[in-house]
Design a protein around this ligand. Structure first.
Ligand SMILES: [Zn+2]
Length: 259
């Protein structure tokens, strides 16, 4: 009899705990349909199966990131950067730390304007060059008037401390958080390498739903950060937050050789 009461009590407790956990999860992921991770049963190999909305993650033929090998050298139209400093609104969405950027900063590519929406990072890098990953990779995400995306990727490598990255790195939220004004200004122009030639190809978002048609502009010259700065980036997502490289298939891959 005692055991039965104890058992029923435990069941009731379990129900209450499960119900309250469920409510919390819904609150913190209002937009996210299905939870995904970088490891295990909800990891990159399974993204395409865990929600029909993510199907292109496995069925897509133009996925990102890729290993950059033997790009076709070419003198391509330059990207013109029109970046202004911005007060930053920063959040940890559980997959990356994202910095929402004020409107007014943009790039022009082939006479199309793409406005900066946000930047975020992955550690280690997502793109590889000749099979080699870098310590981390920054993604500056831009959107044009038709909703088309262009992402400027910056490979991050160990070197001297980089002052331009410090306002961002000094304000990384360690835990999942809502967007908040970090009280600092970042100049996205300072995040770029001094030489602005790029590898270019058509790819996808590197996170679910892995939507294709993304204009990828990966800087050929890495940017240096100190080992302390790279450690700070890595420590937020200790097991890594990079998707493995995807097959290039028959996509053209170009390297702009003239600054
Ligand atoms: Zn990214």
């Amino acid at each position: 009899m005692k055991n039965k009461i104890l058992f029923m009590g435990l069941m009731l407790l379990a129900t209450i705990v499960m119900a309250s956990c469920g409510a919390r999860v819904e609150e913190s992921h209002p937009v996210e349909a299905v939870h995904w991770t970088y490891e295990g049963e909800e990891g990159p190999e399974h993204w395409g199966e865990i929600d029909p909305a993510y199907a292109v993650c496995s069925s897509g033929k133009s996925q990102s990131p890729i290993d950059v090998e033997a790009p076709a050298a070419n003198d391509l139209a330059n990207i013109s950067f029109h970046y202004q400093p911005s007060k930053v609104n920063i959040l940890n969405n559980g997959h990356t730390v994202q910095v929402n950027y004020d409107s007014g900063s943009y790039i022009e590519l082939d006479d199309i304007r793409y406005d900066v929406a946000q930047f975020h990072y992955h550690a280690p890098s997502e793109h590889a060059v000749n099979g080699k990953l870098f310590a981390a990779e920054l993604h500056i995400v831009h959107k044009n008037a038709d909703g088309g995306l262009a992402v400027v990727g910056i490979l991050l490598d160990e070197g001297a401390e980089n002052a331009a990255y410090e306002p961002f790195i000094a304000n990384l939220p360690a835990e999942e958080s809502e967007a908040h004004d970090a009280g600092v200004t970042v100049d996205a122009a300072g995040l770029l390498p001094s030489v602005q030639t790029t590898y270019r190809y058509s790819g996808s978002l590197t996170t679910p739903p892995c939507s294709e048609g993304v204009n990828w502009l990966l800087m050929t010259t890495p940017v240096k950060l100190s080992s302390q700065q790279l450690t700070a980036l890595k420590s937020i997502f200790e097991d890594g937050n990079n998707r493995p490289v995807q097959p290039l298939n028959d996509r053209p891959l170009a390297e702009d050789t003239t600054p």
